[in-house]
Unconditional design. Structure first.
Length: 384
């Protein structure tokens, strides 16, 4: 059955048949990355207070907290409940020169080239027992240092790719010739330390860059790792980090999260966690914040399916049509799609059962052009 709604590490039995949301965690050493990772995923990883504690990348799979899934489970009482899941990947802390092999960061950047989004952890907490890698304690500079190393790592990759393209273009390859100006622009941007996501790109150009898995092209959020009393007394450093980030991207997501608080929440029962968060003025846990931000960054939504055997949550892009949603359930369903019987979660909760919803006219039959909404419950009809 579904783990508790704050989300715990899942066994392989919970891994979905479709791609899951994956978030890579980056930051300076001792920024609290591994402590946060351990708290979010309940995976026991080293989190001692010295640089480069994380030697191998850590990977944890957690359930997406979704009260709608919990409520549906109450209403339909299925034998099995399978939530959507998120994969978190924690790598070694990055230091200045990481892109050239300093520290251990460069060795593991490849491990996050496959993730969908990046969570950049910036240290704002104060703890004399945990050494600062950056002596200045300036969150804006700490952020820029890591961003520069990611850009330099991408630059190295792009330069190698550019050499290959030039050789292929000389041999007469048309696509290589057409792609060369794009890669040249990209290289110039990265040489200035600018992330690839700030480069104006057409959909065609984005498609051509997809295979490179550029770190700086990935949607990114910033996690301000704060002290537990942040919600009562936000420090000036948080405003400084916000200003630093939003000078470059006014829409950037900056999340205050306390890794120490998250670790403490993991030892509490669900009701106790909710009471504790309410007491300190935090509306939700760090896990919920991160996952919600990840969905927002990538434009993802959730739909549900259930039958006599299983209730399940699925993740798809916002704007997906019904056949694409069917393809998430089973690859054959997209091609053999006929129609989808649809009811939104809120309508289903109001009626309480499929039978009552049908009798009330709330179950609709939708065709191939139907755009799936977040919270839809779908039953697919397919041909042979």
């Amino acid at each position: 059955m579904y783990p508790d709604k704050v989300g715990r590490q899942l066994s392989s039995d919970y891994l979905p048949a479709v791609a899951k949301l994956s978030i890579g965690i980056v930051g300076l050493p001792n920024a609290g990355k591994s402590t946060l990772f351990r708290a979010l995923t309940s995976v026991v990883v080293p989190a001692e207070s010295y640089p480069f504690c994380t030697i191998e990348p850590n990977v944890g799979i957690v359930a997406v907290p979704d009260p709608r899934l919990d409520r549906l489970a109450e209403l339909v009482s299925p034998p099995k409940v399978t939530p959507a899941v998120v994969e978190f990947v924690d790598i070694a802390g990055l230091v200045e020169g990481a892109s050239r092999g300093e520290g251990l960061g460069n060795r593991f950047l490849q491990h996050i080239r496959e993730v969908d989004a990046i969570a950049h952890v910036v240290r704002l907490f104060e703890d004399g027992a945990v050494a600062r890698v950056s002596s200045e304690g300036d969150p804006g500079r700490d952020r820029e240092l890591v961003e520069t190393e990611l850009a330099l790592a991408d630059l190295e990759l792009v330069e190698k790719h550019l050499d290959r393209l030039k050789r292929k273009a000389r041999s007469g390859d048309r696509e290589s010739r057409e792609t060369l100006p794009l890669i040249g622009r990209l290289r110039e941007s990265l040489e200035l330390g600018e992330p690839a996501r700030r480069l104006p790109l057409t959909d065609t150009e984005r498609h051509r860059l997809r295979s490179l898995n550029l770190l700086t092209l990935k949607p990114s959020m910033y996690v301000a790792n704060v002290d537990e009393d942040f919600w009562n007394d936000p420090p000036e450093t948080f405003e400084a980090l916000m200003a630093s980030v939003r000078r470059e991207d006014p829409e950037a997501i900056v999340l205050p999260v306390s890794s120490q608080l998250e670790a403490e929440l993991g030892d509490l029962a669900v009701e106790e966690r909710e009471e504790y968060l309410e007491a300190i003025g935090a509306a939700e846990s760090g896990l919920e914040k991160l996952i919600r931000a990840g969905y927002r960054l990538l434009g993802l939504i959730t739909f549900f399916t259930f039958n006599e055997n299983e209730l399940r949550a699925w993740t798809i892009p916002e704007g997906a049509h019904a056949p694409e949603a069917a393809g998430a359930v089973h690859t054959d369903f997209e091609q053999k799609f006929i129609r989808a019987e649809t009811i939104h979660f809120e309508e289903f909760e109001r009626f309480g059962s499929v039978k009552a919803a049908r009798e009330g006219g709330a179950v609709r039959s939708e065709g191939r052009e139907y755009v799936v909404r977040d919270g839809d419950i779908l039953l697919f009809r397919t041909g042979t």
